[in-house]
Ligand binder design. Sequence first.
Ligand SMILES: NC(=O)CC[C@H](N)C(=O)O
Length: 369
Amino acid sequence: MDLKKRYLVLEDGKVYSGYAFGSDQNVFGEVVFNTAMTGYQETISDPSYTGQIVTFTYPLIGNYGMNRDDYETIHPSLKGVVVREVCELPSNFRNEETLDQALKRFKVPGIYGVDTRSLTKRIRNSGVMKGALVDSIEDIDHIIERINMTEYPTNEVEQVSTKSPYVSTGKGYRVVLVDFGKKQNIVRELNRRDCDVTVVPHNITAEEIIQMNPDGIMLSNGPGDPTDVPEAIEMLKVIQEKFPVFGICLGHQLFALANGATTFKMKFGHRGANHPVLNIETNKVELTSQNHGYSVSRDSLEETELIETHRAINDNTVEGLKHKEHLAFSVQYHPEAAPGPHDPNYLFDQFIENMKSYVERKKGGRHHA
Ligand SMILES: NC(=O)CC[C@H](N)C(=O)O
């Protein structure tokens, strides 16, 4: 890689200088940080990072390369990548291309040589900020003005959701996975449990789902503000009364909104592979993979039929919910991991159990009819 200067400019006027890798265009987006020590390929290809410039706090990124199998989507939609040091000569038997080559292919610019510790402290103190990756700061005032004028898009889910339904076949329970920008590992986890997964667009209606007659509904993760997906909230109000539901991250937030709770934007969010969460029912702590900037407000749960099941140890925010009456539950973190710890993997088994009791109840109902 040649030494070409590149700059990360923040909306508060702070400029970090470094060197270019990945593709070459200038980009504007929200600057966030991720503290995971491994799993950069999964992070870069997680659709929930749509529109964001992701800073890796781990100081060396790219050291085991990129491979064909670990993508969470084959069309990454993050805006940019910020690292301390990028590895040019990856060493791993699964390595197929360097991070630099992959980012060039995806048309995502990167910057290396940045003091990511100072950057992360800045974001922690002021909260997430908008920023830009640019190759020249000659007209810095204009760049800062443009950063401040950049508005967060409200159609990110639409950008990353599938346009038409498709099936990932299995012989077991039939799951409709509503795709708000799903990570592929959710499909893998369901298929591993023999589920037949139909991935459907974000704007599917309750009637369309009912016609499909599934055994359960999975709500995926996804980018942006959950209040930007109102049609999903309406769909869920109907669906949760009829089928077992399991929501992850954006899916969890939408489940909460459908039940009358509210969400808020966090100061700098949770992004990493090491966040401790208390399972309130078992009083056990699980280590979780996280990536979210919004959260469900605890106070708003009082008026709802929801019970808080999980809580963040670091900052006490809501991490899991279940419905008092229906077979519906959700978590703010990522039981599918990719990257990150597998402690919460049991939640997929719980979903399977819920589908089992739903199917048995339905059969029983038919006998009596
Ligand atoms: N990973 C996700 O689903 C993130 C949900 C939402 N976009 C947030 O930032 O809170």
